[in-house]
Design a protein around this ligand. Structure first.
Ligand code: NAP
Length: 232
């Protein structure tokens, strides 16, 4: 790794995480880009080959509690200028709280809410005081104020992420870092579908611009990829 600014992107092998990785690289950053299976993360491997010394691809499965809790130690004392905990899942296809099993709910809540916050808490002391940014890819669907119904399980998992990130901010306030809970837009990914309103490139460019521009504000904000503040 060279001496550029360093960002950790969790869940970087496809979709929004891959797009954000490309933008940070274009902006001159070095990137730690996690994937569940780095050997199969061919897009990240191509980026690593094209940007020698600026991309590392550690394995991380957000459903592996031991790996989550051990991840910070693998950083080897590196200081992170920014973190984006991006990995997430849509949950069971039926989308219904009434139809859901305890196992489905547990898996969705663990991946989308518990694991991101648990990982972030363990990373907080590695984030650069002053300009460091800790960000989560949440969703406008996590807003209770803006909830118009539908996708109720996914909404609940992102509302839980928003609540847990707010609780974590209670611990990190005063540590001179910025925390962002971000909505990437409705994006053309495997999750968002081909008819989504926003391209990965536009969403990723906006997410990175927001992360770079909010460095140093030392607040916890719920923002979309254009920088607009959202109601919790
Ligand atoms: N697309 C949208 O319209 C939209 C809107 C609002 C919010 N979001 C949020 O944006 C984030 C990225 O979504 P996307 O649209 O880019 O979805 P995507 O194309 O389905 O990609 C999801 C990413 O999360 C990773 N991931 C899922 N479960 C994981 C786990 N247990 N451990 C590690 N990585 C895991 C995936 O890795 P694998 O390849 O290994 O599965 C993949 O890198 C998610 O948090 C999503 O909820 C998306």
């Amino acid at each position: 790794m060279t001496d550029n600014k360093l960002v950790l992107i969790v869940g970087a092998n496809r979709g929004i995480g891959l797009g954000v990785t490309k933008v940070f690289l274009a902006n001159g950053w070095s990137v730690i880009a996690t994937a569940r299976d780095p050997a199969k993360a061919s897009a990240l491997q191509e980026l690593a080959a094209a940007n020698p010394g600026r991309v590392s691809i550690p394995a991380l499965d957000m459903n592996d509690a031991a790996a989550l809790d051990g991840f910070a130690a693998t950083l080897g004392g590196k200081t992170l200028d920014a973190v984006l905990v991006n990995a997430g899942v849509a949950g069971p296809a039926h989308r219904s709280a009434d139809a859901a099993t305890a196992e489905e709910i547990g898996a969705l809540m663990f991946t989308n809410a518990i694991a991101p916050t648990r990982l972030a808490r363990s990373l907080a002391s590695h984030i650069r005081p002053g300009s460091g940014v800790l960000a989560f890819t949440s969703s406008i669907m996590g807003s209770v104020a803006l909830n118009e119904g539908g996708h109720e399980l996914y909404r609940a998992s992102k509302a839980a992420l928003n609540s847990l990130s707010r609780g974590l901010w209670g611990e990190l306030r005063g540590k001179n870092i910025t925390m962002l809970t971000l909505h990437p837009g409705w994006v053309q990914t495997d999750m968002g579908g081909a008819s989504a309103a926003v391209t990965v490139d536009d969403s990723a460019a906006g997410m990175v611009k927001v992360m770079e521009s909010q460095a140093g504000v030392h607040k916890h904000l719920f923002l979309d990829y254009t920088g607009k503040e959202l109601a919790w």
